[in-house]
Design a protein around this ligand. Structure first.
Ligand code: NAP
Length: 313
């Protein structure tokens, strides 16, 4: 099997992925974009990480596009993707667990005012606040896919009052209330102390974290965006933080990454930010997941984690 490996990684990252994939599937030939171009008719599959638009054109025997990233919004934005070639995304239990850890940290810090105490330390201020209980802290997780479900389950196990929102409703998770559809979302927001976004970015979810949504939360609620920067309307969040409507925000993803120098989020006291590390792809486990799909392709077995391009996730 001849596999094109390409993406927006630097030479160091490319070498690390190449090593991990070649170790996981030594029987495959792993080609760079230049090598694949030279032998276009022999390429069977592509393993990609947001490749430059146009990279996957002109490969007549391409039978699978396997993303190394969980989010495929940038990949699907490439209008030149070959029609009809199955696209699969990365679903890695190790990443789901990492995402749940980040969400748990953010939720605990919001519930127990730890971000507020960190701010007070910088001001040299000793002040205690009333302690809230987890079982009195309603958390709403937007998106009940791979990451959202693991996160909701982890938070429920930690004692929080957890609801999980999706389009069609999710399979029962112990301690998690399943909410489906727009009406259920707007009904749940006024009771939500911590809002965690784990939706895929699609035309329907773009800009969902906006002024009307913040205005529907109880005053002082926490907002945690771990999914995509474009889910959030930055100016709406800044206004909600300045008015006290949102008490604190934890942001891992941004419209432009790296977050530009001078952006208000860098210095806003109500923002804790991370450089897109909520759940990093681990080359060791992710290579095994990608290779399992390549072997399924070779053996004529069903492909896993297919993306529906019309749906956007
Ligand atoms: P996923 O499995 O594709 O999530 C699908 C879930 O979202 C399903 O529950 C689906 O509902 C729901 N959904 C989709 N559109 C909806 C809508 N319009 N209204 C309500 N619910 C909707 O995604 P994932 O793998 O969990 O990833 C979640 C997010 O994390 C993505 O944005 C991804 O890019 C991001 N991510 C971030 C990092 C990081 O380090 N920060 C790392 C990896 C991934 P139905 O099932 O009912 O359709």
């Amino acid at each position: 099997m001849n596999v094109l490996l390409c993406g927006d990684f630097d030479a160091h990252a490319f070498a690390a992925w190449h090593r991990a994939l070649a170790e996981a599937m030594p029987e495959a030939r792993w080609w760079t974009l230049d090598q694949a171009r030279a032998q276009a008719a022999a390429v069977n599959a592509a393993v990609v990480a947001n490749p430059p638009p146009g990279s996957l054109q002109g490969l007549p025997k391409l039978r699978l596009i396997q993303s190394l990233w969980a989010g495929v919004d940038r990949l699907l934005a490439d209008r030149s993707l070959p029609a009809g070639v199955p696209i699969a995304r990365m679903v890695d239990p190790a990443m789901n667990a990492a995402m749940a850890e980040t969400a748990l940290w953010a939720t605990l810090a919001l519930q127990r005012d730890f971000f507020r105490y960190a701010r007070q330390q910088r001001q040299g201020r000793w002040q205690q606040h009333a302690q809230r209980r987890a079982d009195e802290t309603p958390v709403l997780v937007l998106g009940q896919g791979e990451m959202g479900r693991t996160t909701a389950r982890t938070l429920a196990q930690a004692g929080f009052v957890v609801s999980g929102w999706s389009r069609g409703g999710s399979a029962a998770e112990p301690g998690v209330k399943s909410l489906a559809g727009d009406q259920a979302l707007w009904q749940a927001l006024p009771q939500t102390q911590v809002l965690i976004n784990l939706l895929p970015l699609t035309p329907h979810t773009l800009g969902l974290l906006n002024a009307p949504l913040f205005a529907t939360l109880p005053r002082g609620a926490g907002v945690v965006n771990l999914a995509r920067g474009r889910h959030l309307v930055d100016d709406d969040l800044l206004a909600a933080l300045d008015s006290g409507q949102v008490g604190h925000a934890v942001l891992d993803v941004f419209h432009a990454e790296p977050l530009p120098t001078g952006h208000a989020f860098w210095s806003h006291p109500g923002v804790t930010l991370l450089p897109h590390v909520a759940a990093q792809t681990d080359a060791r486990s992710a290579a095994a997941v990608a290779v399992a799909n390549l072997r399924a392709l070779r053996d004529g077995a069903p492909l896993r984690h297919r993306v529906e391009p019309t749906r956007g996730y």
